[in-house]
Ligand binder design. Structure first.
Ligand SMILES: Cc1cc2nc3c(=O)[nH]c(=O)nc-3n(C[C@H](O)[C@H](O)[C@H](O)COP(=O)(O)OP(=O)(O)OC[C@H]3O[C@@H](n4cnc5c(N)ncnc54)[C@H](O)[C@@H]3O)c2cc1C
Length: 435
C-alpha cells in the first residue's frame, strides 16, 4: 500500500465514488471501504432519485423538502441541491447510468410527501444502477486506487488540521496514510441499531472520531425511521419496502383490515401512526395491501420487492404483506458548510455522514442520493480550488501506532460513543421542548 495520496476518501458509496470521479485525473486518490466495495447502502437504494423537472416545479419541490424537514432545513443547501439536480442527472447519464424512459423521455414516479411526480428510477434497484456504474468508472481510472476491507480507525491530525488517517486491514494490521485532504463518505449509523435497513458495518465510525477530535456535529438525534420494512423474526438487516409502493397506491391496514392513516404523509408521521396502531392492536406489525396497484406495475416497477416478499411467504399479488418500521436514515451528522468542509482543516464530509442541513428534521424520500452526489461534487470542486495544503513534516510522529492493538474494543467504544451522543441529544431536545 502506498503511504501518501493527494486525496483519501473513506467510503465507496455514491458520495465517495462521485467525489473521486469529480476530481481531476492528475490527483492520486485512495478510496477505502470497511467491507466489500459494493457493501454500502447506496447499492440498496430502491425508490429513486429526485430531479427538478422544470421551473414550474421549483417552488413545490422546495416546499415539499422543507415541510418534510419540519422547516428546520438550511434553505441555502436545499436551493443548491434542487438547482444542481439536472446537471447531476446529466453527469450520471454520462457515466452510463440508465433511468426509466418512455419514447426517449424520463418517466417520473412519486413517493410519500411529494406533491408532484419528480423521481427518476431504474426498476426498484436505482441505487445499484447508479453505484455500480460509478464503481465501474472509478475502476477504469488509473488515478483511483480502490481498497476493500480496509477500515479507518483514526485520523492523523494536529492543531485542528487533518493530515491523513490510520487504517486497519482484515488481519488488524494498522498503517498511517498521509493525504493532503481526507473526505469522509462513511454513510449513516444504522449498524448501532438492532433493527435497521442499513448494512450492519455502517455504524457511525466517523462520528465517533469527530467527537474524539472535537469536530462539530449537528442534530445527532435526527434519525429517520422508515415506516415499511418487511416484518421478520429472523434478525439481520431489515428489508425495505420502498415508499414508491405506497406512492403508486398500496395502502396500510390494521389487524382487522381497516386503513388507519394517510399513507403519503412524511415518513415520521406514517411511522408514528403505525407504532400507535400496533400498540392499540397489540401486534408486532401492520399490513401493506398492494392490490390497488395494477399487476403489471407490481411486476415491472417492483420486481425485486415482489420476489423478496414471495420468498418470505407473502405473494403481493395474492395477499397482504406484514410490515414494521425500522431505523433507516440519519439526517444529522458531521457539520459541513455548503462546500462540504468540516470544522477541521483539510477534512471534508459528504453523503449521509455529513450534515449540510438539506433534510432538516426529516428527509423527504429520494432526496438523499441526490444530496450525496451534489455535495460530493462540491467537495471535489472546493478541493480543486484550494491553492495549497498544510503538510506535516513530522507525520510519522503524530500518531502512536502502538495504541491500536485492541481494535475490537476501540470500535466497540466508538459505537458506544455514537449511541451515547444520540441519547444525550434526544434528552436535551426533549427538555428544551418541554420548557
Ligand atoms: C434500503 C435502503 C433504501 C434506500 N432507498 C433510497 C432511495 O430510493 N433514494 C434515496 O435517495 N436514498 C435512498 N436510501 C438512502 C441512500 O441510499 C443513502 O443515504 C446513500 O446511499 C448514502 O450514501 P453514502 O455514500 O453517504 O454512504 P454509503 O453508500 O452507505 O457508503 C458508506 C461507505 O462507507 C464505508 N465505511 C463506513 N465506515 C467506514 C470505516 N470506518 N472505514 C472505512 N470505510 C467505512 C462503507 O464500507 C461504505 O463503503 C436508501 C437507503 C437504504 C438503506
Amino acid at each position: 500500500m502506498e503511504k501518501k495520496y493527494d486525496v483519501i476518501i473513506v467510503g465507496s458509496g455514491v458520495g465517495g465514488l462521485f467525489c473521486a470521479l469529480s476530481l481531476p485525473e492528475e490527483k492520486n486518490i485512495l478510496v477505502i471501504s470497511k467491507d466489500a466495495l459494493e457493501g454500502c447502502d447506496s447499492f440498496l437504494a430502491q425508490g429513486g432519485i429526485c430531479m427538478l423537472r422544470d421551473e414550474a416545479d421549483y417552488d413545490a419541490y422546495f416546499e415539499d423538502t422543507m415541510r418534510a424537514g419540519h422547516y428546520e432545513n438550511r434553505k441555502e443547501s436545499v436551493e443548491i441541491m434542487i438547482r444542481s439536480s439536472q446537471d447531476i442527472i446529466k453527469d450520471l447519464e454520462s457515466y452510463g447510468v440508465e433511468f426509466e424512459k418512455k419514447n426517449g423521455e424520463f418517466v417520473f414516479t412519486k413517493e410519500g410527501a411529494h406533491s408532484n411526480n419528480r423521481i427518476l428510477f431504474h426498476e426498484d434497484i436505482t441505487g445499484k444502477e447508479i453505484t455500480s456504474k460509478l464503481l465501474q468508472r472509478a475502476q477504469e481510472r488509473k488515478n483511483i486506487t480502490l481498497m476493500a476491507h480496509t477500515t479507518m480507525v483514526d485520523w492523523v491530525c494536529k492543531d485542528n488540521v487533518c493530515y491523513g488517517i490510520v487504517v486497519a486491514d482484515m488481519d488488524g494490521k494498522t498503517t498511517a496514510i498521509q493525504g493532503d485532504v481526507t473526505v469522509l463518505a462513511c454513510g449513516g449509523l444504522g449498524g448501532v441499531y438492532p433493527h435497521s435497513t442499513n448494512y450492519r458495518h455502517i455504524s457511525g465510525d466517523a462520528l465517533a472520531l469527530a467527537m474524539y477530535h472535537n469536530v462539530r456535529l449537528e442534530n445527532c438525534d435526527y434519525v429517520q425511521i422508515h415506516p415499511t420494512t418487511l416484518f421478520s423474526n429472523q434478525g439481520g438487516r431489515s428489508f425495505l419496502i420502498s415508499e414508491s409502493v405506497r406512492g403508486e397506491g398500496a395502502v396500510l391496514r390494521d389487524k382487522d383490515g381497516n386503513r388507519f392513516t394517510d399513507e403519503l404523509q412524511p415518513r415520521d408521521v406514517v411511522s408514528k401512526a403505525i407504532f400507535n396502531q400496533m400498540e392499540k392492536d397489540g401486534t408486532d406489525h401492520v399490513w401493506l395491501d398492494f392490490s390497488p396497484i395494477p399487476k403489471d406495475e407490481i411486476l415491472n416497477h417492483f420486481p425485486n420487492i415482489y420476489a423478496r416478499c414471495k420468498q418470505a411467504g407473502y405473494d403481493p399479488l395474492e395477499s397482504w404483506v406484514p410490515v414494521v418500521p425500522a431505523q433507516h436514515y440519519f439526517m444529522g451528522g458531521i457539520y459541513v458548510d455548503k462546500n462540504s468542509k468540516t470544522t477541521m482543516e483539510q477534512l471534508y464530509a459528504v453523503g449521509e455522514t455529513s450534515c449540510n442541513g438539506v433534510h432538516g428534521r426529516n428527509r423527504l424520500a429520494s432526496n438523499s442520493l441526490l444530496e450525496s452526489l451534489v455535495f460530493a461534487k462540491r467537495a471535489a470542486q472546493d478541493i480543486v480550488n484550494t491553492k495549497s495544503f498544510k503538510i506535516a513534516e513530522d507525520f510519522d510522529n503524530l500518531v502512536n501506532m502502538d495504541g491500536y492493538e485492541d481494535l475490537p474494543s476501540i470500535m466497540e467504544n466508538y459505537h458506544a460513543m455514537v449511541v451515547g451522543e444520540i441519547k444525550k441529544e434526544e434528552n436535551l431536545r426533549a427538555k428544551k421542548e418541554a420548557m
